[in-house]
Design a protein around this ligand. Structure first.
Ligand code: PAF
Length: 305
């Protein structure tokens, strides 16, 4: 059986837990989470371990109220501390920091991190206060944990991009590492919110990753083909209410009007399946647009006689 991580709830306990590592000059790795941990989180913990070797890996579990707007799922967000402890133990985590809201926000927050215009697109278009809350709590957690390296999932790609920019712009000295999305065998990206889906909606939710894979298959034929293939896949999906489907540069700026063959891009999707809002994304490498334009959104990768 793996050793349990040291569970701490206060800033002082956290500082005490990390004091030996700091005085011996060990690197500290950090994986911030909101709990309801799954194998996607376990993979972030393994990546953190690779970056710090014998140094401590710290995981935080804090369902941060400031990144939820009124009417979002703050109250019903799953809280599963006992199971989370087991997962952290199996992943070799050293310290689990699970603060209360008062511990993180002892006074009403006046100073917040402005995420800038990149937080107004994609997720930010329908959740205008979300990234201010995310960046503010991550900045506070960085101040408390003072990690050398922090690992975030590519699954929340816009979040990863904004945290990477914040870490650099605010001179935090924290190296930000992105870790690949972990998927179910049918392609569904692992997410704490998947547990809201009943069996029928779980089956429908696979449409998100199928649309992204369809775009990847068509990307060698150019941007329009990738786009049309993803749209065609979604047209045949039932019970999936699309919020956005965007193809952007990897840094989330607009692609050039006529991308060169080989241009890297990112396709990002958000959709509601029942009452659950899911997001996903994948990398694309755009090829040259050819004469084989997809007709009616058909799959340009399928050879038709
Ligand atoms: O991705 C998450 O779980 C949260 O947004 C984070 C980064 C832990 C901040 O609360």
């Amino acid at each position: 059986m793996s050793d349990q991580p040291l569970l701490v709830h206060t800033r002082t306990e956290l500082a005490d837990a990390l004091a030996p590592a700091r005085s011996s000059g060990q690197r500290v790795g950090f994986v911030p989470t909101m709990g309801a941990l799954h194998q996607g989180h376990a993979s972030l913990m393994r990546v953190a371990r690779e970056h710090v070797h014998d140094g401590p890996v710290v995981v935080s579990i804090f369902v941060n109220p400031t990144q939820f707007a009124a009417g979002e799922d703050l109250d019903r967000y799953p809280r599963t501390l006992d199971a989370d402890l087991e997962l952290c133990a199996a992943a070799g985590v050293d310290v689990l920091f699970a603060p209360t809201t008062d511990e993180m926000y002892p006074a009403p927050g006046v100073i917040t991190v402005d995420p800038g215009p990149a937080a107004e697109i994609l997720e930010g278009a329908s959740r205008p206060t979300h990234f201010r809350g995310v960046l503010t709590v991550v900045a506070k957690l960085f101040g408390l944990v003072r990690p050398d390296v922090a690992v975030f999932g590519e699954k929340d790609y816009q979040q990863l991009a904004l945290i990477t920019a914040m870490a650099a712009d605010l001179c935090t000295g924290v190296e930000i590492v992105g870790a690949e999305t972990v998927r179910e065998p049918d392609g569904l990206a692992l997410s704490s919110r998947n547990r809201y889906l009943g069996p029928e909606r779980r089956r429908r939710a696979v449409a998100l990753s199928q649309a992204l894979y369809a775009a990847q298959r068509a990307a060698p034929y150019g941007l329009d083909a990738a786009w049309a293939n993803a749209r065609a896949e979604l047209r045949s999906a039932h019970g999936v209410d699309l919020d956005y489907l965007e193809i952007l540069s990897p840094d989330l700026t607009e692609l050039p009007a006529e991308p060169e063959p080989g241009t890297p891009a990112r396709i990002l999707i958000a959709a509601r399946v029942g009452t659950t809002r899911l997001i996903d994304n994948m990398p694309l490498t755009l090829g040259a647009a050819t004469a084989r334009e997809p007709s009616g959104g058909g799959d340009p990768t399928s050879e038709k006689e």
